[in-house]
Design a protein around this ligand. Structure first.
Ligand SMILES: [Zn+2]
Length: 310
């Protein structure tokens, strides 16, 4: 066996699908597969699928002459990485699932459990759009908004596994109610779903955030207003992030980043207007797409392995 044969079994479990891969220590994916999460079956069935898929991947690695050395699993919600517990998840239904130990027992491999956005940030900071910066804030904007603060290749977890919840920064005290129950959270104003919802509210016609961006660019006043308000709110949130973390690079990922210059041009300007003595971060689009979670799960597993063998 040569070191080049070693791979990590990596899974990124989302509300609808699981992205799974065998990843080499240098970050190269040698095999990828996708499976349905089918969360409606309940958390126990989902855990069963996760373990079956992970075991299948380890078997696939061995059949191909490779050596699986560790397993990394990323899940959404609140994740206690130190204890390896999926504490809570709205879209998968996890409640205190000891996923790390279950996978370790099944596979017989050192296993790490991580938060999907935090490991996504880890991957973007080490392998993607933030790779030349020591201090990176990764912000994923989709149905919600969450962030990962990565310093020298390691993501802050927080005392309770809940660091990076930038979507719940209060930006408009009189704003729409957030899913967390409080009015005015960033997520309730600037997530892709919030943008679609706001446009539908004002126009009476449903639209996705991407359609709002298109219509704003085409000069439709209502779309321009909705898009502009979301960008302003986002800039408020990012300015708070920059005041707290003083990063070199802010990487924007998730569905909203697909809007490209329609997002990044006005957002860069609005962020600049809000900074006084703080240094302006580089504002860039994520580079790894929806593979970031899987690659990050692999990186977290390799970090765990390195710590254990020390
Ligand atoms: Zn909230």
């Amino acid at each position: 066996m040569t070191p080049g044969d070693e791979v990590v079994v990596a899974l990124d479990v989302g509300g609808t699908g699981m992205k799974c891969a065998l990843v080499r220590p240098d970050g190269a994916t040698v095999h990828a597969e996708r499976h349905a999460t089918d969360a409606a079956r309940g958390p126990e069935a989902v855990v069963g699928t996760i373990l079956d898929v992970a075991e299948g991947l380890a078997g696939k690695a061995r059949a191909d002459g490779r050596t699986p050395v560790a397993c990394g699993i990323a899940v959404p919600g609140v994740v206690d990485e130190a204890r390896g517990v999926a504490v809570w998840s709205a879209n998968v239904g996890f409640r205190d699932v000891h996923l790390r130990d279950l996978a370790r027992e099944r596979l017989g491999l050192p296993t790490a459990l991580g938060h999907d956005v935090r490991v996504g940030g880890l991957a973007e900071a080490r392998l993607g759009a933030g790779r030349d910066a020591g201090h990176v804030l990764f912000v994923a904007i989709g149905t919600g908004i969450a962030a990962a603060h990565v310093v020298d290749g390691s993501a802050a977890v927080g005392a309770h596994g809940a660091a990076g919840e930038i979507g719940h920064i209060l930006v408009r005290p009189d704003g729409p109610r957030c899913g967390c129950g409080r009015p005015g959270c960033l997520e309730a104003l600037a997530s892709a779903s919030a943008i679609g919802r706001r446009y539908a509210e004002l126009s009476g016609a449903p639209a996705t955030a991407a359609e709002v961006a298109d219509r704003a660019a085409a000069g439709e006043p209502l779309a321009g207003r909705v898009w502009g308000e979301a960008v302003e709110a986002l800039a408020d949130g990012l300015a708070t992030g920059q005041a707290l973390f003083d990063v070199a690079t802010i990487v924007i990922g998730g569905g909203l980043a697909q809007a490209g210059p329609r997002l990044f041009d006005p957002l860069g300007t609005a962020l600049r207007e809000r900074l006084t003595f703080h240094r302006e971060p580089r504002l860039v689009a994520a580079a790894l797409g929806d593979e970031a979670g899987c690659l990050g799960a692999a990186l977290l597993a390799l970090d765990t392995l390195a710590k254990e063998s020390r």
